[in-house]
Design a protein around this ligand. Structure first.
Ligand SMILES: *[C@@H]1O[C@H](CO)[C@@H](O)[C@H](O)[C@H]1NC(C)=O
Ligand SMILES: *[C@@H]1O[C@H](CO)[C@@H](O)[C@H](O)[C@H]1NC(C)=O
Ligand SMILES: *[C@@H]1O[C@H](CO)[C@@H](O)[C@H](O)[C@H]1NC(C)=O
Ligand SMILES: *[C@@H]1O[C@H](CO)[C@@H](O)[C@H](O)[C@H]1NC(C)=O
Ligand SMILES: *[C@@H]1O[C@H](CO)[C@@H](O)[C@H](O)[C@H]1NC(C)=O
Ligand SMILES: *[C@@H]1O[C@H](CO)[C@@H](O)[C@H](O)[C@H]1NC(C)=O
Ligand SMILES: *[C@@H]1O[C@H](CO)[C@@H](O)[C@H](O)[C@H]1NC(C)=O
Length: 429
């Protein structure tokens, strides 16, 4: 059964809470604390885990938990805990997994004494709290075993932390989304050859450093809504052959999408919306056959949309996973390619605010899952496809300069062309 002094540390934690979510009914002095709710012990009765996610706990986290010398796993996520992160936990000689995400913890992270020996910490999730201040550079030096740091959704300021990859060779996940970080992307990230997830926003500036493309294990690379600029280097980007997510939306990137994008065969999500990209859409994009979302809206792309598919229409049909295609607010010309109808899973199709001409291919009525559709503000003409899903789209989806006709907007039918048969028969009645 559990050790008396360890039970004391747990009771001290419980006493400190202002709201224990009913924990007292299980955590009773005089009973074996290894049997208490959320407590995991080793065979000899030493506490190794405290798993109390989503238990409606409120109040501060007592530093007494740092006295549990074999505690490896502490998960207090999704509660309403407040106050600071006790230094005893960060500098614990046993904790490998520390997840305190989704609470209201605040204050700054303190640096560890430089004499601190190597830390066992592997996973640190402090995301979705109210932490402030900058990342103390010394904190990472001792963390030789760190694999994942998730600090998203706080109010951290200052530069992106670096140095993990030299000190922790297995470093894999760095999430810094939704903070107030500033400065440029550190070149040292290129040392992180095991890094698979890198997400950071929202105030970074500068360019994507060439060194970053040495992090060849990257699967998810996201720097949305920063102030990054420069061109996308085609020779660099093909180093990241494992990329599944590339999100550079809401920046100031310019130039063309490099043809080498077609070599990122695993790409599922490609976001370059709200940038200053220009030129034609590379037909090579149709080689990325695992794409699920492509978001290129609000740029300066031009050229014929038909070219995106025109040269290799059979390949575009291979983008079978595509769920969403938004190319609105560009300068695309030419016709809507027939081959779009091969994208059988497509739910969102937005070509609005371009200069497209010709008709909407009737075969688009085969896109049975289409739930959002917009071709407004183009120069399209002729009938709206007859599929029943087209009856559910608002008139505004077809408005603008277009001269489209269909059951809901008969008045816009070009007089030169015969109205479609469905309308003729409606008139006869
Ligand atoms: C940790 O344990 C020591 C010795 O039992 C005790 O003096 C100290 O107050 C404890 N620390 C906390 C934060 O409870
Ligand atoms: C902590 O618990 C939550 C809820 O069960 C879970 O989603 C999360 O993955 C856990 N954290 C870690 C690091 O295992
Ligand atoms: C916190 O982050 C870690 C590491 O990325 C992850 O394993 C864990 O599931 C996250 N916790 C929650 C509640 O999402
Ligand atoms: C990091 O935390 C955020 C928000 O708290 C969560 O949405 C995300 O899934 C986490 N990332 C990982 C890799 O666990
Ligand atoms: C950010 O944190 C707040 C507070 O914990 C939470 O309600 C919100 O869902 C989080 N946002 C994201 C994107 O994870
Ligand atoms: C966008 O790029 C063009 C050149 O392609 C340049 O003239 C223009 O100033 C840029 N716009 C912004 C907002 O940077
Ligand atoms: C496509 O992008 C535009 C422009 O930002 C946005 O307003 C619109 O809601 C998006 N379309 C769809 C169908 O999501």
């Amino acid at each position: 059964s559990c050790k008396e002094h360890e039970k004391g540390s747990l009771l001290k934690f419980l006493d400190g809470l202002s709201q224990d979510g009913g924990l007292t009914s299980s955590w009773k002095d005089g009973t074996d604390c290894c049997k208490w709710e959320g407590i995991v012990c080793s065979l000899d009765g030493t506490i190794t885990g405290i798993l109390l996610a989503s238990k409606s706990l409120e109040g501060p986290i007592s530093g007494s938990l740092g006295n549990l010398t074999e505690l490896r796993h502490l998960n207090l996520s999704h509660n309403s805990l407040s106050g600071g992160l006790p230094m005893e936990l960060v500098s614990s000689r046993s904790i490998a997994i520390l997840d305190i995400s989704f609470n209201q913890l605040n204050g700054e992270l303190h640096s560890l004494p430089s004499s601190n020996p190597a830390q066992p910490l592997q996973v640190l999730n402090i995301s979705s709290n109210l932490f402030t201040g900058s990342f103390p550079s010394t904190i990472w030096k001792a963390m030789e075993n760190l694999i994942a740091l998730n600090a998203s959704n706080n109010s951290f300021t200052g530069a992106m932390p670096t140095g993990f990859c030299k000190s922790s060779p297995s470093f894999t996940v760095l999430e810094l989304y939704f903070n107030k970080l500033s400065g440029s992307i550190p070149l040292e990230l290129g040392d992180c050859t095991m890094l698979t997830v890198l997400r950071a926003g929202y105030n970074l500036s500068g360019t994507l450093p060439d060194e970053l493309f040495n992090a060849i294990s990257l699967e998810h690379l996201a720097f949305p809504n920063n102030d990054l600029h420069g061109a996308l280097d085609g020779a660099c980007i093909i180093n990241l052959r494992n990329l599944q997510t590339l999100d550079l939306g809401g920046n100031n990137f310019r130039g063309k999408i490099p043809d080498s994008i077609g070599q990122l065969k695993r790409l599922e999500m490609f976001h370059l919306d709200y940038n200053n990209m220009s030129g034609e859409l590379p037909s090579a994009l149709s080689n990325c056959t695992n794409l699920i979302t492509v978001d290129l809206k609000e740029n300066n792309f031009n050229g014929e949309l038909g070219k995106f598919t025109g040269e290799i229409p059979q390949e575009v049909g291979q983008l079978k996973a595509l769920l969403s295609l938004n190319l609105s607010f560009n300068h695309l010309t030419g016709q809507i390619p027939q081959s779009i109808c091969n994208l059988a899973n497509l739910q969102v199709l937005d070509f609005s605010n371009n200069n497209l001409t010709g008709t909407i291919p009737a075969v688009l009525s085969n896109l049975h899952f289409l739930s959002r559709f917009n071709v407004s503000n183009n120069d399209l003409e002729g009938p709206i496809p007859s599929g029943s899903q087209f009856n559910t789209f608002p008139t505004s989806s077809f408005d603008g300069n277009n001269k489209l006709c269909g059951p809901m907007i008969i008045q816009k039918c070009g007089s030169a062309e015969a109205p479609p048969a469905s309308i003729l028969s409606a008139k006869k009645n």
